[in-house]
Design a binder for this molecule. Sequence first.
Ligand code: ADP
Ligand code: UVW
Ligand code: MG
Length: 405
Amino acid sequence: MSDTAPDLVVAVLNCGSSSIKFALFDASAGLQALPRRPWWGGKVLGIGGPAPRLQTQDGTDRPLPLGDAAPYHDALAAILAALRERLGSTPLQAVAHRVVHGGAAHAEPVRVDAGVLAELRSYIPLAPLHQPFALEAMEALLQLHPTLPQVACFDTAFHRSLPQVEQMLPLPYSAWERGLRRYGFHGLSYEYQSLVLPERHGAQASGRCIVAHLGSGASLCALQGLRSVATTMGFSALDGLMMGTRCGALDPGAVLYLMEIEGLSLHDVGQLLYHQSGLLGVSGRSAEPRELLAHEADDPRCAAALALFVRRIVREIGALVAVLGGLDLLVFTAGIGEHQAEIRERVVQGLGFLGASLDAAANAAHAPVISAAQSTVRVAVEPANEEWVAARHALRVLAATPGAA
Ligand SMILES: Nc1ncnc2c1ncn2[C@@H]1O[C@H](COP(=O)(O)OP(=O)(O)O)[C@@H](O)[C@H]1O
Ligand SMILES: CC(=O)OP(=O)(O)O
Ligand SMILES: [Mg+2]
């Protein structure tokens, strides 16, 4: 990376549930030649936790003290200051935002204005861990730099290809008409996979493929012909797999019981399902698999949490294999999927019935292909790159907006 900023720069903000990732892309050579690796970028991790950190691509890794009152807001302010410092006098061409929920209206990225912001605000109840923070970033930038183009890129958009039978919830039909449906999330991550998997795996990528996005939030997407045909997250980002602090799929009767018999308020139930469940809730120790792996031998609750985490992934993969009618390619991505060989090994062990098996050395090395030569399913590891997809979307939207670029 050179220290001088490129002539044209697109910034990306990816507001996750516990982190904000940021990236500056060199857009001087245009959309078709947009480098996949940002010119500069990094992340603030552990927001809301005891020890937030700032890490950048050029090696910075330091604690980032954040106030208790509004840690996300403080992290955002620190990032905007760091981006300004890095850019110097170089103007930004645009800022692309990963926005988790685009509701029923948005199948495509959209240029942000006050009207769009107001509409996206109405989706906060559908994605309370994510939506408010992306909106806060957009609002702050709109105030600071009213003429700077901002583009919202939606996690839900990639799943617009889901057939109706996958979108519908078995509630009274009027619920479907009111927008109570499976939207699916992590769409920018799956879209990235749909773009890169053919390069690495050729025609196999267009067959029956499952991508396992295992991060703080976790979901699976079944792809056929590189389009989403089924996914585990649903109406909200609570459904499907067990996550760091979220429960994943849960019998709605358990929620009714917690409220009616145990007397939890609506607010308390929300806190329980989003923040106190998953790996953290079961283990009572941590939301981080690597921490639980370190303690599973001496702490049965850590072992139970990991066993449930892996079991849920295996069960849901089984369900998606049924939808796809078999499986050609299984791809692990996002923080846990890319870095936790032990979790990948346990998941693939659970898929032995399909004829899937791993090459232990390739798995330990996080190699791009980790399946054994005799495996009937190709198993791969592919880094997530939601930021690059968002930057491309921003350039495309600008090119399509007369006078904006
Ligand atoms: N190098 C690593 N080794 C082990 N686990 C990792 C590593 N990097 C990230 N993780 C885990 O991945 C998860 C975060 O994944 P990420 O995709 O960044 O999530 P999010 O976007 O939701 O913040 C955390 O559980 C974190 O501990
Ligand atoms: C939708 C979602 O859960 O996102 P993340 O994994 O970034 O928290
Ligand atoms: Mg993420």
